[in-house]
Each structure stands twice: as structure tokens, then as C-alpha cells.
Design a protein around this ligand. Structure first.
Ligand code: BJ8
Length: 423
């Protein structure tokens, strides 16, 4: 890939040597974790292709869109209403922050005991390693956890940052605040793009993003079959790619993959025989954060659901499509996003109910709760999750880790013991 895109990366001011090193490590990691799997769906070739072109073709597409006057908006959280971005003919990309890159630089401007996700987005930017970051006309932050909230203040010295205020509770006054924030964001996007969002353009955008959610919901229903027809790693990858691929193309490709999956299920074929069904729950896993799923799936278990933002939290709820006026559509957006059950809310009973409900529906033997080190919202909430699951008779293993590979052996020992216990 490198040869044909070097000029583009240079123009984006990437550190070419460090970037080449990153792609090499990523390629090796991907080969070991993904391409080594047996009985994969043919449809996964599309995902392999997208990954092989992660900093190539998609970036070229974004650059071409920019040349035609379209704007690129980068985000770190599923709270940013993508519908408004597409309704103004801009493009939204989820900035991944899933690798231990540039931590040495990040730790010069952030405390060391900051979660890996935050250090990663700061590290990528300071090290000039990510062409997605460098393609963005605006990066949207949000006041979810304190770490992110304060890091955006520092990050704003290096990139064009806009911060949305996210309510922390779900009372009527919180909905009012959120509605005001959605309207403020709409103005910001209209100013950025020079386009007015109309009822017609918003309706189209709502349909576009709902269609993507619908196909991922279909995938989730199909993957729940027994025997498990697709690895958890592959489904995680599909969710990860959904954040930055073209939404219409992605929906089409995953729909084809689901057709293939249906045929596989009809033939009664699974990916692994006798693997214990487990569910992951907790912090989001951005590309290329595949460490824990890989460990789980090499320890006699298979992941059949992800209760996270790179998983069901991002696709569970659709925006109501029945509205006809712009005002009613904006209200529908407000209501849909207010249903997100991030651990940044208090209280957050919905999340506990969702986890128990999902674990039962998916017929899992256990839940593995994944918290990033120094993440207080998910770390603290994991105690309530464990209690709720215990009351439902479902065992849980709490894992706290980061992006380094130092604890792989230790994690493997703990996961193997858990799988043995639930067997
Ligand atoms: S809606 S989960 S994407 S905020 S891991 S940075 S919480 S210290 S990521 Fe999230 Fe939006 Fe919520 Fe989802 Fe802070 Fe924790 Fe780090 Fe986190």
C-alpha cells in the first residue's frame, strides 16, 4: 500500500518513518489475530481489504471529498449525532485511539495515570501518525468522563476542537440541556459546511445511519445462533470499521455478509466446536484493540456479544423515522441519543438491565467485564454490574488492562481459569 500513498501522507504532514513502522506492526498483528482464523466467512474479505487500506484508500476518498468542498468531522464518542453531519453533506469518522502510539509524547502533557484511550488520541496527534486526524476539519469532543473533558482542553492547542456538553443524568432538565446542545451542534455544522440542514436532508441522513444500525442489529441477531457462526473478533472488527467506512457502502457489504451468514447457519456450521459462549461488557474497543477478544477466543471461549459502544450500545436504538418536520426530527434525535446508557450517567440502572437481558438472550455462560486502567466510570460501575449478574446467576470476570502487551500471559491465565470455571 505504502508506495502509492506516500505523497498523500507527506502532504498530510505525517511522520513517514514512524508511520511506516506503525503500519508494519499493525499488519503483523492483524495477520496473527485475524487471518489465522479458520472457517471465516467470504464476506470478511471486504473487512480484510478495508483494513489493508486503513490509511490508504479511505483517506484518498476523504481527500477527494474535501477537494469537492465537503468537510470531515472526527469524533471519539457515540454521542455525537452523525445524522446532522451527513445532513449537511459532511463526513463523520470515528477516530480510533486503540493503540499504544505516541504515549511518550502524550505523557508530557497529560498525567501518566490517564486512561489509554485518551493517551492514544493525544499520542496519535502529537506523533503525526494518523491520516484521519490530519484530514479532519473539526474534531468533536464531549463532556462524558472527566479525563476526556479535561484532555480536550489540552488537545485544542493542537487541533480544531469543538466540545458538546453531555448531561450526566436523565431528568427533564437534562433533556432540555441536551436539546440545546444538539441545536448548538447543528449551528456549528451549518457554519462549518456553509449548508443549511433541511427536513429533507435530515430525513435522508436519519435513514442512512439507521440503515447501518439495522444491518448491525441483523448481524447481532444472526451471530447469536448456536453453534456460533462467526467469531467475536470478526464481529468486533465489523463494528470498528463501521465508524469510518462510507455508511451506504458498509451497509451494503454487511448485508451481503449477513446473507452468507444465514446460509451458514442453515447448514448448521459453527466456527469453533465446544467453545464456551461469553459476552464482553464495558469500555469501547477501538481499532486495533483486539488483545482481550483474542485472548478469550484462544482460551476455549467465543465472544457472542459486546455490550459496549463498539457494539450494541451504538446500534441498539434507532432514530424514529416517522417525523416530517425539521423540529420533530431534531426531537427524535434528542430522544434517541438520550437513551445511551454510558457509565458516565448517574444513576445508570438501564445499563445493568441491558447487560443482564443481553446475557440471558444470548445464552452466555459468563460475562467478561473490560475496563481500561484508570477509567473510573466503567471501573466503579463494574461492581454494580457484577452484583446484578450475580443476582441473575451469571458469573462475571472483571478485567482491567490497557493497550500494552505486557500483561498478556497474566490475562490469559485468568481468562482460562474463568472459562474452566463456567464450563
Ligand atoms: S458513550 S463509553 S464512547 S464516553 S475509557 S475515555 S470513559 S476514562 S470512552 Fe465512551 Fe462515549 Fe461513553 Fe461510549 Fe473516559 Fe473511561 Fe477512558 Fe472512556
Amino acid at each position: 500500500m505504502a508506495g502509492s500513498y506516500e505523497a498523500m501522507w507527506e502532504k498530510l504532514n505525517l511522520d513517514l518513518d514512524a508511520h511506516a513502522g506503525l503500519l508494519e506492526v499493525l499488519g503483523k498483528f492483524y495477520g496473527d489475530i485475524y487471518l489465522s482464523q479458520d472457517k471465516r466467512l467470504r464476506g470478511m474479505e471486504y473487512l480484510d481489504f478495508v483494513l489493508s487500506e486503513i490509511h490508504g484508500l479511505r483517506i484518498k476518498e476523504l481527500q477527494e471529498a474535501k477537494a469537492q468542498g465537503r468537510k470531515i468531522v472526527g469524533t471519539f464518542c457515540v454521542f455525537v449525532p452523525e445524522e446532522l453531519v451527513y445532513a449537511a453533506d459532511a463526513i463523520q469518522v470515528g477516530l480510533c485511539a486503540g493503540a499504544e502510539a505516541g504515549f511518550d509524547k502524550a505523557e508530557k502533557i497529560l498525567p501518566r495515570n490517564t486512561c489509554a484511550l485518551i493517551k492514544s488520541f493525544v499520542g496519535f496527534k502529537l506523533s503525526r501518525l494518523c491520516p484521519f486526524f490530519e484530514s479532519c476539519d473539526l474534531i468533536v469532543g464531549e463532556t462524558t468522563c472527566d479525563g476526556k473533558k479535561k484532555a480536550y482542553e489540552i488537545f485544542a492547542d493542537y487541533a480544531p476542537v469543538y466540545v458538546m456538553e453531555i448531561p450526566q443524568m436523565k431528568q427533564a432538565c437534562d433533556r432540555d440541556l441536551w436539546k440545546a446542545e444538539i441545536l448548538r451542534f447543528k449551528d456549528t455544522i451549518e457554519n462549518l459546511t456553509g449548508r443549511t440542514i433541511t427536513a429533507e436532508s435530515l430525513k435522508k441522513a436519519i435513514r442512512l445511519i439507521n440503515d447501518r444500525r439495522r444491518v448491525l442489529q441483523r448481524l447481532n441477531r444472526l451471530r447469536a445462533a448456536e453453534p456460533t457462526p462467526i467469531s467475536g473478533r470478526d464481529v468486533l472488527l465489523i463494528n470498528q470499521v463501521s465508524f469510518y467506512d462510507d455508511p451506504a457502502r458498509f451497509t451494503q457489504k454487511i448485508s451481503e455478509l449477513c446473507d452468507e451468514l444465514e446460509q451458514k447457519i442453515a447448514r448448521g456450521e459453527g466456527v469453533v466446536d465446544g467453545a464456551q459462549r461469553v459476552m464482553l461488557s464495558g469500555c469501547p474497543m477501538a481499532i486495533p484493540n483486539w488483545k482481550l477478544p483474542y485472548i478469550i477466543e484462544s482460551s476455549g471461549a467465543v465472544v457472542v456479544g459486546e455490550e459496549s459502544c463498539v457494539g450494541t450500545r451504538n446500534i441498539r436504538d434507532l432514530v424514529d423515522e416517522s417525523s416530517e418536520t425539521l423540529d420533530a426530527m431534531l426531537d427524535a434525535l434528542v430522544d434517541r441519543y438520550m437513551r445511551i446508557d454510558c457509565a458516565c450517567f448517574t444513576p445508570n440502572r438501564e445499563r445493568l438491565d441491558h447487560i443482564v437481558g443481553m446475557a440471558r438472550e444470548l445464552n452466555v455462560k459468563g460475562v467478561i467485564h473490560y475496563g481500561l486502567s484508570f477509567c473510573q466510570p466503567y471501573g466503579i460501575e463494574s461492581f454494580k454490574v457484577e452484583k446484578a449478574l450475580r443476582e441473575a446467576g451469571i458469573p462475571m470476570l472483571a478485567i482491567e488492562t490497557d493497550y500494552s502487551m505486557e500483561d498478556v500471559e497474566q490475562l490469559k491465565t485468568r481468562v482460562e481459569a474463568f472459562v474452566e470455571m463456567i464450563r
